[in-house]
Design a protein around this ligand. Structure first.
Ligand code: PMP
Length: 439
């Protein structure tokens, strides 16, 4: 039985008349059988305009850690409705949020607030260059740090030819999109991730020209690949010795892996972290947090940090509500989310066996990447790229027919309001979807 998404298809045609591409973010256009138009979202469920209801593991690409329309968020919005949404002036919400962030994030002496992960990364790079007086920035194949010209290199899925040509050299990274100046990336050095020798060799040669190294603590965007033992620690050690700013991009992992971010879990102190997504629970807010002497460059006016809606009252209220909820009962929602995902991952692995399908799941607590691959382990980007992405995209479509919304790339998120019953229903749905896939 195929899914009836006729109304979504019609609305896409209507949208395309006015909205460039018919979707508001390029990635959304790739959804099969069609980009879905949503009627409403509530808790762990989302309902489309054709009346289909789905258990939601897309969760708006990460932000909805409390699920849809959580009562605590609704209350925060109520408060914002009474007091006004944004002032272009200061308010107590900014102070409360900034204070709380400095308490929660081990590396944070001070924070700066922005609207999106992309902006937070832009600011972190600017701070690093101003702080060190150097220009080069090291980033890694398979990581994603937003779509600004300053760092955007691979989209929608990394182009292997481009990646490998840049891999062994110190050449500029290839632009990620048409219209992006080659010059914007001339100071970016691409390296393979989880390869400490490559990093050590680069540092030995280039350290005096490198302002920053930026890394996701877990390569969530491509395979949910964790760092090898000692890898990030060695990067921390070498960057510290060389006066290079270490930036951890925690736009996905921040407040998803724990209240102290991935760096809190790993016991590492980068110089700067970028946060976003889960912080706002669905509202547009992001931030840079880090060492006092780097953040001081904003205070003394060396580095510009601008944005009309930065730190607006509605967004800070949303973020405070998210952090309050996540902090309840000593953060017990994290172990609950992890427990539910452990169950789901175990169930999916059993199903792979049952249906004789080769696949792998890399899990980092409340986030995992599910891929179809013949590899026994996926610990680097090249191995990840051997997966059958088309097959997974077909699986995502079959799951939709079964009432489960998953991202076509394979990354699954869970919220605090998903239930045991959701997980069991999802396993049953996956059983039927994998059976069809195996045919
Ligand atoms: N950094 C990381 C690690 C991300 O995953 C993303 C978005 N997926 C960004 C930065 C950019 O965030 P935004 O989409 O809010 O600009």
């Amino acid at each position: 039985m195929s899914l009836n998404v006729e109304k979504s298809k019609q609305m896409l045609l209507e949208s395309q008349k006015y909205l460039a591409g018919g979707v508001a973010s390029t990635l959304r256009a790739s959804m099969k059988p069609t980009p879905l138009f949503v009627e409403s979202g509530s808790g762990s469920r989302v309902r489309d305009v054709d009346g289909n209801e789905y258990i939601d593991y897309l969760l708006a690409y990460g932000p909805l850690i409390l699920g849809h329309a959580h009562p605590a968020m609704a209350e925060a919005m109520n408060e914002a409705t009474k007091r006004g949404f944004t002032y272009g002036l200061q308010h107590d919400g900014e102070i409360k949020l900034a204070k709380l962030l400095t308490e929660l994030l081990p590396c944070a002496d001070k924070v700066a607030l922005s609207g999106s992960g992309t902006e937070a990364v832009m600011l972190a790079l600017r701070l690093s260059r101003a702080y060190t007086g150097r220009t080069k920035v090291v980033r890694f194949h398979g990581h994603f740090h937003g779509w600004s010209d300053a760092i955007f290199t691979s989209f929608p899925s990394p182009d292997m030819k481009q990646s490998s040509s840049a891999r062994s050299s110190l050449a500029s990274a290839p632009p990620g999109t048409g219209g992006q100046s080659e010059n914007s990336l001339q100071d970016i050095i691409m390296l393979p991730w989880n390869d400490i020798e490559a990093f050590e060799a680069l540092i030995a040669k280039e350290k005096d020209s490198i302002a920053a190294v930026i890394t996701e603590p877990i390569m969530c965007n491509n395979g949910c690949i964790g760092p090898k033992a000692g890898y990030l620690e060695r990067i921390r050690e070498l960057t510290e010795q060389s006066g290079i700013v270490m930036i951890m991009d925690e736009v996905i992992t921040g407040f998803r892996l724990g209240l102290g971010g991935a760096h809190g879990k790993l016991g590492l102190k980068p110089d700067l972290v970028t946060i976003g997504k889960a912080l706002g629970g669905g509202f547009a807010i992001s931030g840079v947090a880090g060492k006092a002497d780097i953040m001081a460059l904003i205070e003394n006016g060396t580095v510009g940090h601008l944005g009309t809606l930065n730190g607006n009252f509605a967004a800070t209220s949303a973020a405070l509500a998210v952090l309050r909820e996540l902090g309840k009962d000593n953060g017990s929602s994290y172990s609950r989310m992890e427990h539910l995902f452990n169950r789901l991952v175990a169930g999916l692995r059993e199903l792979l066996n049952k249906h004789g399908i080769q696949g792998l799941i890399n899990q980092a607590g409340p986030v995992f990447h599910f891929m179809f691959t013949e590899e026994k382990q996926v610990e680097d980007f090249d191995t990840f790229n051997k997966r059958d992405a088309a097959k997974y995209s077909r699986f995502a479509e079959l799951m939709l027919e079964e009432g489960v919304l998953v991202r076509p790339s394979g990354l699954w998120y869970i919220s605090t309001v998903h239930t045991e019953a959701d997980i069991e229903t999802t396993i049953q749905a996956a059983d039927r979807a994998l059976a069809k896939l195996a045919l």
